[in-house]
Design a protein around this ligand. Structure first.
Ligand SMILES: [Fe+2]
Length: 160
């Protein structure tokens, strides 16, 4: 991206980092809570906790996706479309990858919310093992996604 770093550019970078850190922390806490639930599912399932998580999951993910859709994706798109920026190509790749992960998450979150709700109501058509497997898929994938998104955010705030 270019080497001119104006005061307002720095301020925008700072705002981007802060916004990312907020949604990132919230999602990491969510991953930890999901892992705790998954660990307890077989031996001592806490159905109340499952119901609570079924309510919390969607709003956290919606805030995370709003950050991507409203802040991060438009910024990446503007870099990707600016051929004078050295990192236009890499920004294009970041954007493609993050959008794909974003779409995968949306489907999985819906399935997990439903599974947790049914399990919480003691009305689950699938085993606790299967739910544990699903939860692991979500938090392992989400942690990986956050590490990648962190790399993307650091790269664009350092280079443009
Ligand atoms: Fe994300």
């Amino acid at each position: 991206m270019n080497s001119r770093r104006t005061g307002s550019q720095k301020q925008m970078d700072e705002q981007l980092l802060q916004a990312f850190e907020r949604v990132c922390e919230e999602q990491l806490a969510l991953c930890e809570a999901l892992e705790n639930i998954a660990d307890q599912l077989g031996a001592q399932p806490d159905r109340q906790k499952c119901l609570q998580m079924a309510e919390e999951l969607d709003p956290v993910m919606q805030r995370a996706h709003a950050f991507e859709a409203d802040v991060l994706f438009p910024l990446l798109a503007s870099i990707a479309n600016d051929d004078s920026q050295q990192t236009a190509v890499i920004a294009r790749r970041y954007l493609e990858q993050l959008k794909m992960e974003h779409d995968d998450d949306v489907g999985l979150v819906g399935e997990v919310v439903e599974a947790l709700r049914e399990f919480g109501q003691d009305n689950s058509p699938i085993s606790s093992d299967a739910i544990g497997y699903m939860l692991r898929g979500l938090f392992v994938g989400l942690r990986r996604h956050l590490a990648y998104e962190n790399q993307v955010v650091r790269t664009i705030t350092q280079n443009h």
